[in-house]
Design a protein around this ligand. Structure first.
Ligand SMILES: NC(=O)c1ccc[n+]([C@@H]2O[C@H](COP(=O)([O-])OP(=O)(O)OC[C@H]3O[C@@H](n4cnc5c(N)ncnc54)[C@H](O)[C@@H]3O)[C@@H](O)[C@H]2O)c1
Ligand SMILES: O=C(O)[C@H](O)COP(=O)(O)O
Length: 528
């Protein structure tokens, strides 16, 4: 059955053709996203949800999204999606991080120029027949200092355009390297320095715990008298009430805002001030940007739903369409190796090491690690999935180590998982044969060769005569049919293991009898 996608926001209809050409069914309901209850009522029917900023994907909506595999944001900010809730449900959240950056940077520059010459107010007055030539005395921007708070994709384009307008650009961004700042032609400064020197301040950071109210009342007190402030990033970066006070006192000469702490903004402390310019979150609204982000998100979502490729996901590593078919069996292998270790683990896990050798070392090992962790923790946490696994492991303080090396074994590709618990260290290795089936090839350093099966029994025993006979007869007497039987041992008379595939399940009573066999150290039923 073709995957189904709901478009619940005003995304360019050009996206519909991209989806359908790639074999994805589309339901185009661009106004639905504003109504959370209506969205929750139908979301269960879809594999994908394509949105802009008007659709709020809350945990309540996600709770109804039983089939949802991917949320695609035609744009940059994903703050309207409950990412932890999506991650917990295994839903990939992807965006288009560059598709509207130029357009948004141009909006910031447009607001900067409009602010410096009071263009909206002058327009209104002129069209009202007032001809107030002396009322509007602007400021020149050449030679003025522009302070960027945030110098990522959009901030750096703004800096490029501002330098072209002969401004001096200074930037506060803790993650901006000095080399990058030098390449951009901007001076990297601390926040207080920026506040004290800038004639214009423009914000280009996401809204986080650290950036919320980054331009607070205290910060505003540190700014130059006559400063002008532009916010095209996110509402909440500037304390709007404090800014209104600073505008009223004349300390701040003007402000141009495209984004507001509450949206849609029908009322706001900034509204009505003569030196404030507002636009209704139009930063990304150009024909070009909307076409870019719509086509891009439709391609990304279709690629994921039909080919397993992951691009620009905020909660999972990228996997290309070419990589996906090669990676898939190894993801299954990693998850099953994790599951093997997880089913045997009875005490707290402190760390996990994943080693990828040979051709698998050149694949997307982060995706394999996520799969192994998901398999490992699933016996303890039923809801875990490949997407949520790394964050769940981190929350539980499990240290994850990932290493790669060239082939150094009997196999072209080998994945080894070592799980260290409070009591012991357990190592298990596997590979994928030419038939695409994952196999377990080593346990605790003992060579073995077994496929993963829905119902298995794992036995650790002493390599002593009589074990195989008595174990097989015990199962036979209990009516349990053995499908395959894999044996391995470290040395003659030493540690040995048996991995047995059975038809159906085995009762606890039979397992107890197995454990009582004199050669048996440990026995456990496993399910894959
Ligand atoms: N108005 C609109 O329509 C519109 C359109 C597109 C994007 N946006 C918003 O613009 C913002 C920037 O987008 P982008 O694509 O440039 O993002 P980006 O991730 O490329 O850049 C963000 C920058 O902020 C910096 N940063 C993070 N924390 C910081 C802090 N505490 N102090 C200073 N800098 C910090 C980061 O290091 C990064 O360089 C986002 O909030 C995005 O949602 C708005
Ligand atoms: O984060 C974004 O991409 C912008 O805020 C644009 O949002 P919009 O696509 O909903 O206009």
């Amino acid at each position: 059955m073709a995957p189904r996608v709901l478009i619940s926001d005003k995304i360019s209809p050009a996206s519909v053709k991209i989806f359908t050409d790639r074999g994805v069914e589309v339901d185009y309901q661009p106004d639905l996203g504003k109504d959370r209850d209506a969205l929750a009522a139908i979301i269960g029917q879809y594999d994908g949800l394509a949105i802009r900023s008007a659709t709020k994907v809350t945990s309540k909506v996600l709770a109804q999204a039983g089939n949802l595999k991917v949320i695609g944001r035609a744009g940059i900010g994903v703050d309207n999606v409950d990412i932890p809730a999506a991650t917990q449900r295994g839903v990939i959240v992807m965006n288009t991080p560059f598709g509207n950056s130029i357009t948004t940077a141009e909006h910031a520059i447009a607001l900067l120029l409009a602010l410096s010459r009071e263009i909206p107010a002058a327009d209104q007055s002129t069209q009202a027949g007032k001809w107030e030539k002396t009322r509007f005395l602007g400021v020149e921007i050449t030679g003025k200092t522009l302070g960027l708070i945030g110098c990522g994709n959009i901030g750096s384009i703004v800096s490029d355009r501002a330098l072209g307008l002969r401004m001096k650009v200074i930037a506060f961004d803790p993650f901006l390297s000095h080399e990058r700042a030098q390449d951009l032609g901007v001076e990297k400064v601390e926040l207080d320095d920026l506040l004290g020197r800038a004639d214009f301040i423009t914000l280009h950071t996401p809204l986080t715990e650290k950036t919320k109210n980054i331009v607070s009342a205290t910060a505003l007190n540190k700014t130059k008298k006559g400063v002008r402030i532009i916010n095209c990033a996110r509402g909440g970066l500037v304390d709007e009430a404090a800014l209104r006070v600073a505008l009223d006192s004349g300390h701040v000469a003007g402000a141009a805002f495209d984004v507001f702490s509450t949206e849609p903004a029908t009322e706001n402390p900034l509204f009505g001030h003569p030196h404030v310019i507002c636009t209704p979150h139009l930063g990304a609204s150009t024909m070009e940007a909307q076409e870019n982000v719509a086509l891009q998100i439709a391609e990304q979502m279709s690629d994921y739903l039909t080919r397993g490729a992951i691009t620009n996901a905020v909660n999972f590593p990228s996997i290309t369409a070419e990589e996906a078919p090669k990676l898939r069996p190894f993801i299954t292998l990693a998850e099953k190796l994790g599951s093997f270790a997880g089913q045997l683990t009875e005490t707290g896990i402190t760390s996990v090491r994943i080693t990828c050798q040979g051709e698998v070392a050149h694949m997307n090992t982060r995706a394999l690690t996520s799969a192994a962790i998901a398999g490992l923790l699933r016996p303890m946490l039923a809801d875990i999935n490949v997407v949520s696994a790394p964050s769940v492991a981190k929350e539980r303080g499990i240290v994850i180590e990932e290493t790669t090396s060239e082939a150094d074994s009997d196999y072209d590709a080998l994945v080894t998982l070592t799980v260290i618990t409070e009591k012991l260290e357990r190592t298990v290795s596997g590979t994928v044969f030419g038939d695409g089936k994952p196999r377990i090839v080593e346990i605790k350093g003992i060579k073995v060769d077994a496929e993963f099966a829905p119902s298995m029994i794992y036995v650790a025993n002493e390599d002593k005569p009589g074990f195989v006979g008595s174990f097989a007869s015990l199962l036979g007497e209990a009516g349990v049919n053995i499908a395959t039987f894999a044996l391995g041992r470290l040395s003659q008379g030493g540690d040995a293991i048996a991995l047995v595939q059975i038809d159906g399940t085995v009762s606890d009573a039979v397992m107890d009898k197995v454990r009582k066999l004199p050669q048996v150290r440990m026995a456990k039923p496993l399910a894959f």
